[in-house]
Design a protein around this ligand. Structure first.
Ligand SMILES: [Fe+2]
Ligand SMILES: [Fe+2]
Length: 173
């Protein structure tokens, strides 16, 4: 690995400056997630017209949950970029509440993805699914894997920021 190649493991990211971790999260994960969310919306439109009339029991809750997930993740990234990451970068002393909110939202997204996984049988397209529905499932597998890495990296970053802040407060700074 060259000195500038991004590490693969969270344990290695922990040794990097927080600003570098945040830059990586935004360029690698937020950029990809925004693209994935817009692709989900595009495919959901096609699925709505082709698959919804054939399988309303599956497709109706699927599209509803995907809309909620997309909206929540979009707002979550804005909150991170405008507030949480700024506080971590500035090594603010009182980061507890905003970071706890971000961590709570990670758990909500995780739970919603769990519901989606259950609904779709682990993203297994049903017989006769349209190409758009198959593509949507493949995309969601990718989004889910990325989000797992993304949230794990952030949870670790936030835990580190909280520990730093607590040390600062304890030492009277
Ligand atoms: Fe994020
Ligand atoms: Fe996050």
């Amino acid at each position: 690995m060259t000195p500038h190649a991004p590490p693969k493991d969270i344990a290695d990211w922990r040794k990097r400056p927080v600003g570098e971790v945040i830059d990586h999260i935004v360029t690698r994960y937020h950029t990809a997630l925004r693209k994935q969310i817009s692709e989900v919306a595009r495919l959901a439109e096609a699925v709505h017209s082709v698959d919804l009339p054939r399988r309303p029991g599956l497709v109706s809750p699927l599209l509803e949950k995907l809309t909620v997930l997309s909206e929540e993740l979009t707002q979550h990234m804005v909150k991170e970029e405008r507030l949480a990451f700024q506080m971590v970068r500035a090594a603010a002393g009182f980061v507890g509440v905003p970071l706890a909110v971000m961590e709570h939202e990670h758990r909500l997204a995780h739970d919603l993805l769990g519901e989606l996984r259950e609904l779709t049988g682990g993203w297994t397209p049903p017989n006769g699914a349209s190409p758009a529905l198959c593509e949507l499932y493949t995309l969601m597998l990718e989004l889910e894997a990325d989000l797992g890495e993304h949230s794990a990296l952030e949870d670790d970053l936030f835990a580190r920021a909280r520990a730093d802040a607590e040390r600062k407060v304890a030492s009277g700074f």
